[in-house]
Design a protein around this ligand. Structure first.
Ligand code: ZN
Length: 101
């Protein structure tokens, strides 16, 4: 098992074959709750602040979703040079979705 082939891999985006030594890029993506997101802290729960917190909670819509994965989510992908170039131009894939050639 330890001698498993690590000599080649594929681009995680387009699936093209990448030989050992071929130019490739590691893309690390991380998502976490933005620092400005309103969270209730211990400080907020001070007696002095309780009425303020209560009014904040009342002003929030009922359907306010709970924060997802507050500790963040990280992933790493291997990209070929052409996918890397495309990603740098359009990181969110907003352009050309639906029309690729
Ligand atoms: Zn690719």
């Amino acid at each position: 098992m330890s001698s498993a082939s690590r000599s080649a891999c594929a681009c995680d985006r387009c699936g093209c074959h990448l030989d050992r030594g071929a130019l490739r890029y590691e893309m690390r993506v991380g998502v976490r709750l933005a620092p400005s997101a309103r969270l209730i802290t211990d400080e907020d729960l001070d007696e002095d602040n309780l009425h303020e917190v209560a009014s904040i909670l009342e002003s929030l819509p009922d359907f306010q979703p709970a924060p997802v994965e507050p500790e963040g989510h990280h992933a790493a992908f291997i990209l070929c040079p052409s996918c890397c170039r495309r990603w740098r131009r359009d990181p969110l894939g907003m352009q050309g979705s639906g029309s690729r050639h």
